[in-house]
Ligand binder design. Structure first.
Ligand code: ADP
Ligand code: ZN
Length: 766
């Protein structure tokens, strides 16, 4: 016998679960159902997460107003998963549940207009006219018959009179007829609105022209793929929770293993969920799954329009699909009974959400597997230290693919010591002699090159040569980055009387670079350092006939532009592709035989204990882009510190040696995976206020068992978007003790502040 009490998550940040009573005349809602509840003066739609016993309640409760769903809207296992996320990451249950819902899932009035068909009722039939009527006849006939209508409504009726099957809302919208006009016609009884489920197909632009050729058919597996399947298939068939880490070098054919496994699980009647870091960057994966499994595949990612995401969510919820591919948030997809959850490129930092709830898609995937008795397969050529440590400890099965398919060789890697290049060619050198020569050879032979520099812009900063002042952001504690404005086609890219623009990469503050120093008025402003725009200019200057394209956040702002550029590369309309780490991810360009890295050292200067790991991953991944086709590949890595172990071991492509060295460093310094961390950042208008709050928090936690508190101290980015930031860390072996200690400290703060960001298992230390 229940007490007719429910706990409800409402979409209000920082609010916990709320308890309501269900009045006797309302049905008892199941977990996952949406309900309308009163909150102060407001009415909100929330989701029931569970039933509550009256014994736990000591205060007077309000009644829910309405039960919206007879069955669960959000599947119960997903409700449970969001509750886990909310507890583990110390995030509000409502904000967490919102990430699991389709767009407008909790909106009081769902915008149905996009999915309806409008049909004229008999009134409009009266004005059907003879075939030889002129436009004027038609218009006046309508005006006579339907005098009360405005011009847009009249126009709608005329269009509908000629369409006995009705017209869809988007078609009407194209003619300028909005939902409000249609609603009015419906109210007058002139038209009927019917639901229409023509699901928008996001594959059209998400995967573009990637038509996998023979890949639609399963092909013979290599020996290593065969062995991997022999390890994984029984785990999938066991219908019990298990995690396997597939550590396979770039080009070892991991995707084919995923496809086979997915097929087996589908045949066994269970669903498959596959997470990828970024759909636009891995179009081949989505296209391959579509080609192999047809329309039973749904796709979920943030690049879709609200309408598309809404359609896909409901297709999955209705059970129309059994394979879901998506980015981070797809881990919450309403797929019934997932039996296999794949996390491709598990090392990719885009799995971590950098706003509340700050969850890691891979870790949530593992929990979902635990709740649903599924096999979770995480894969990478460069696994995170955390995952590999779990593999070595036996918590995960370790599946290894050591060789590329068809015995294709790994790229040959050459390191260029840039200290020697600078000695020979001056401090301004961007392309070493070896790299220039290698690009030239590729151009002569009609092969492609890929050039990486993980830094956007033209120059890193501007410095006054007289007083040393640099151009800084007024809102953030960073120097401004110099950008050209699409003027890179001049014959000499390095000089000329163009305007330079400086921009903050955090808050987008922009200004023209002054001709003279703002501090000392000396006219000697010098650009320091270089980014991808400068590399593009250098390549164009050195190889004027080469077809060059650039991929970084500046060139792919427009939706679809990244896919366009990648398609040009795939169709060989690009000779040299320059870009940031975006180009290092999962692409398979068979014609690319050269990878150049302009500066391997970009990430090493960062104040972050993971900088060596990031450098190793990036260099290994980008070198893995070369020579994936028939012809062998070459990688040239430029570095000022070629002796650094992350650079050296990436060149040797020796993951295990890197792991052993790095894990030793983490152990000595007591960093993850040796210990767990929680990062707390307090923001405020003044530094003193932020510091005071952070101190209160830290003091309340000192003496806690199982962890230590470090700080508070100014965050590396001490000012950001006009606010001051102070951070503190919790480090320890018991995440539970750390979470509880922090929760208690937060609840004791006298001033409730929304400006406290809690990051459990942080990936960024900034
Ligand atoms: P990874 O994800 O491990 O880097 P991919 O899955 O992209 O590697 O595979 C690399 C290339 O090898 C792709 O072009 C793929 O089509 C091809 N490939 C995979 N398995 C086989 C196989 N069994 N026989 C022939 N080619 C294969
Ligand atoms: Zn700024």
């Amino acid at each position: 016998m229940t007490d007719r009490l429910v706990s409800v998550a409402v979409p209000v940040p920082a609010l916990g679960l709320l308890t309501y009573r269900v009045p006797a005349d309302q049905p008892m809602p199941v977990p996952g159902a949406r309900v309308v509840v009163p909150l102060g003066p407001r009415k909100l739609t929330g989701v029931v997460v569970g039933h509550v016993s009256a014994a736990d309640v000591t205060f007077k409760l309000k009644d829910i107003l309405q039960v919206l769903d007879a069955e669960a809207f959000v599947p119960p296992d997903v409700v449970k998963l969001t509750q886990w996320v909310s507890d583990y990451y110390l995030a509000g249950p409502g904000a967490t549940l919102a990430t699991a819902l389709p767009p407008h899932g909790l909106a009081n009035r769902v915008d149905r207009f996009k999915t309806v068909r409008v049909v004229a009722l008999t009134t409009a039939g009266m004005v059907r006219l003879k075939a030889d009527s002129t436009a004027v006849d038609v218009a006046s006939a309508f005006r006579r018959t339907l005098p009360a209508l405005g011009p847009k409504q009249l126009q709608a009726m005329r269009l509908l009179a000629d369409a006995p099957d009705g017209l869809t809302a988007p078609v009407l919208a194209e003619q300028g007829i909005a939902a409000t006009s249609v609603s009015r016609l419906q109210a007058l009884g002139y038209v009927a609105i019917r639901d229409e489920r023509v699901d928008r197909d996001p594959f059209e632009h998400a995967v573009g022209a990637h038509k996998p050729d023979g890949a639609a058919r399963a092909r013979a597996l290599t020996g290593e793929q065969e062995a991997a399947m022999a390890q994984l298939a029984p785990l999938a068939a066991a219908r019990a929770f298990h995690v396997a880490l597939v550590h396979g070098v770039t080009g070892s054919g991991k995707t084919e293993v995923y496809l086979r496994l997915a097929d087996a699980v589908r045949q066994g009647g269970r669903g498959v969920l596959m997470l990828v870091p970024e759909i636009a960057l891995t179009p081949q994966v989505a296209a391959l799954f579509r080609a192999r499994f047809g329309a039973a595949v749904a796709i979920q990612h943030s690049g879709l329009s609200d309408g598309e995401r809404h359609d896909q969510w409901h297709r999955i919820r209705r059970g129309d699909v059994d394979v879901v591919i998506g980015t981070r948030s797809a881990v919450f997809a309403p797929l019934a009974n997932p039996g296999l959850i794949i996390v491709d490129e598990e090392h990719d930092t885009s799995y971590k959400q950098d706003e509340t709830p700050r969850y890691h898609g891979r870790d949530v995937a593992i929990m979902r597997g635990k709740f649903t008795d599924a096999l979770v397969v995480i894969g990478s050529a460069t696994p995170t230290l955390e995952s590999y440590a779990n593999g070595l400890a036996g918590r995960y099965s370790l599946v290894t693919l050591k060789r590329r398919v068809l015995d294709r060789p790994m790229a040959q890697v050459q390191v260029v010591n840039m200290r020697e290049e600078i000695a020979a060619a001056g401090a301004e050198v961007v392309l070493s002699r070896a790299l220039s020569e290698a690009i030239k050879v590729r151009l002569d032979e009609g092969q492609q090159s890929l050039i990486l520099l993980n830094r956007r812009g033209f120059a890193t900063s501007v410095l006054c040569r007289q007083c040393g002042a640099s151009l800084e952001c007024p809102n953030c504690s960073v120097t401004l980055t110099v950008h050209t404005q699409g003027l890179v086609h001049r014959s000499d890219p390095r000089e000329g009387g163009r305007d330079w623009r400086a921009r903050c990469h955090y808050c987008n503050f922009t200004k023209l670079v002054p001709k003279a120093c703002e501090k000392c008025a000396a006219p000697y402003m010098e650009r320091i350092g270089f980014g991808t725009e400068r590399v593009e200019a250098e390549v164009r200057a050195a190889f004027p006939s080469a077809r060059v394209a650039r991929v970084d956040r500046d060139t792919v702002r427009r939706k679809g532009s990244l896919v366009e550029i990648l398609e040009k590369v795939a169709s060989r309309d690009v000779d040299v592709l320059i870009g940031t780490q975006m180009i290092a991810k999962g692409h398979d360009f068979p014609e690319c035989t050269l990878v150049g890295v302009i500066s391997a050292d970009v990430g090493l200067g960062m104040a972050d204990f993971r900088s060596a790991e990031r450098t190793f991953q990036l260099l290994t991944q980008v070198a893995g882009r070369a020579g994936r086709g028939e012809r062998p590949g070459q990688a040239i890595i430029q570095s000022l510190v070629p002796e650094h172990y992350s650079v050296r071991l990436a060149c040797d492509q020796d993951y295990r040696a890197f792991y052993d060295k790095e894990v030793e460093f983490r152990r000595a310094m007591r960093y993850p995976p040796q210990v767990a961390m929680i990062n707390v950042v307090v923001r405020d208008k003044t530094f003193e206020d932020a510091m005071a709050t952070a101190r209160d928090l830290a003091d309340a936690m000192r003496g806690g068992k199982g962890f230590v508190v470090l700080g508070p101290a100014p965050a590396p980015l001490t000012r950001l978007r006009g606010e001051h930031r102070v951070q503190l860390f919790l480090k320890g072996t018991s995440r539970k003790a750390m979470r509880e200690g922090l929760q208690l400290a937060l609840s004791r703060l006298t001033k409730i502040s929304k400006a406290i960001a809690v990051d459990v298992d942080p990936l960024s230390m900034l």
